[in-house]
Design a protein around this ligand. Structure first.
Ligand code: FAD
Length: 398
């Protein structure tokens, strides 16, 4: 006999785990399934996890609501007050700072493993969530009361609604025939943790130039030593070559790409190269199932917004499910789920489109476009109104 739940969530990454906690807090019963063990061993600083996320103020609020943010040790958080962007092929420069908003920072950098570990602790402490880890969905069928699934562990579950939070290569998206619009960005992102020669001044630095798109993201300093997490987006062949370089030569290339603003001294964790692909599902919902987070959309990491968009999906979907539950409506009803799609799709498409425009504009070396983008950066730098709007948007507050 199938075990029954209001909500079955497949994928206990940041987005799935947050959805589980926020729905269970409202009294819905939840099954959370992941092929992963749900354990995130934490490294010891300064060997910070190579994968980090810039978390916006809105996302932070949701994580606080789930009781996860409070579990993150202060020494693993790096609030940044400023963002500085410049064009290595001209003199265009713009910076934003937290003068323009409350709270007094633009966002906080946190390692993905640290965030997932905190979320997992909240999952364990929330009543109403059953965990099915080291497990996955083998088969799925629509039945009168929702969606029935068979797990690899031979167990059967019945959910009023199935939520696919199984990431960029979502199997549920594929198996349920959701169409996507997708293309390669022609970029791989190299990520690692780097010791630098001076303070990053609580600033996220981003350089666009012939060396690709390079971000230096601040991490907490340790014993007077300074560290950044890098995201260096370059052509796949360059990525392969840069990852193969010996460490000292890689650091020299980093220093050069940063225009000498910092000297890269050493790496504290191995480099990883992640292929970047733009992907957007044409529909987020079908009868009985909703896509959420990276399962619904992935974007270029240049503005650090992917997880923030996923958390915004959660903040739209959860109240819709809770309200339907309180009214005794079928949670998987297409009419109900479409409310979520309507609430999120336009925003997500707008963000994807801006990332594509940014990536195209800033990865070309065509003189006319280089000249135009430098003028654009300078104009933006001079306008406090534009800055205020961009900052509020990045924080998820508008
Ligand atoms: C280089 C880089 C830098 C980034 N920087 C930022 C940033 O600064 N700020 C930001 O907001 N975003 C950033 N992002 C985006 C962010 O990392 C993602 O948007 C976010 O991790 C997606 O979370 P998710 O929970 O949707 O998916 P995932 O984190 O991929 O989680 C999916 C979960 O599903 C599980 N799963 C997968 N398949 C199955 C299956 N078949 N059965 C069961 N379980 C399954 C996986 O084990 C995993 O636990 C960045 C991305 C990249 C590539």
């Amino acid at each position: 006999m199938a075990r029954e739940y209001d909500v079955i969530i497949v994928g206990a990454g940041m987005v799935g785990a947050l959805t589980a906690v926020l729905t269970a807090q409202k009294g819905l019963t939840v099954a959370l399934i992941d092929k992963h063990s749900g354990r995130y061993p934490l490294s010891t600083p300064p060997a910070y996890d190579a994968r980090v996320s810039a978390i916006s103020a809105l996302s932070q609020q949701l994580l606080e609501q789930a009781g996860a943010w409070q579990r993150i040790a202060q020494e693993r958080l790096a609030p940044y007050q400023r963002m500085a962007v410049w064009d290595g092929l001209g003199d265009g420069y713009v910076d934003f700072d937290s003068r323009y908003q409350q709270p007094p920072y633009l966002g906080q950098l946190v390692e993905n493993a640290v965030l997932c570990d905190a979320l997992m602790k909240s999952v364990h402490d929330t009543r109403g969530i059953d965990l099915y880890f080291d497990d996955s969905v083998q088969a799925q069928r629509q039945v009168e009361r929702g969606v029935e699934i068979d797990l690899s562990s031979d167990r059967q579950l019945l959910g009023a609604v199935l939520i696919a939070a199984d990431g960029a290569n979502s199997k549920l998206r594929h198996d349920n025939g959701f169409d996507t619009v997708e293309w390669d960005y022609g970029h791989h992102a190299i990520v690692t943790t780097v010791e630098i020669d001076r303070s990053h001044q609580d600033t996220a630095w981003q350089a666009f130039g012939e060396e690709g798109i390079l971000a230096f993201l601040p991490l907490p300093s340790v014993d007077g030593r300074h560290f950044v997490s890098i995201v260096w987006s370059v052509a796949p062949s360059d990525a392969e070559q840069l990852v193969a370089l010996e460490e000292a030569a890689f650091c020299r290339r980093l220093t050069y790409a940063m225009n000498g603003a910092f000297e890269a001294l050493s790496l504290t964790v191995p480099r990883q190269a992640i292929p970047l692909r733009q992907r957007h599902a044409k529909q987020y919902v079908q009868e009985g199932i909703a896509l959420i987070g990276d399962a619904a959309h992935t974007i270029h990491p240049l503005a650090g917004q992917g997880a923030n968009l996923g958390f915004a999906d959660v903040s739209a979907l959860v109240p819709i499910l809770v309200k339907a539950h309180q009214r005794g409506e079928a949670l998987g009803d297409l009419k109900t789920l479409r409310r979520y799609q309507r609430a999120r799709m336009l925003d997500n498409i707008a963000m994807s489109a801006s990332m594509e425009a940014f990536k195209r504009t800033f990865s070309t070396q065509q003189p006319a476009i280089v000249q135009l983008r430098n003028i654009g950066l300078k104009l933006c730098h001079q306008s406090s109104m534009i800055k205020r709007q961009l900052v509020a948007h990045a924080a998820g507050l508008r």
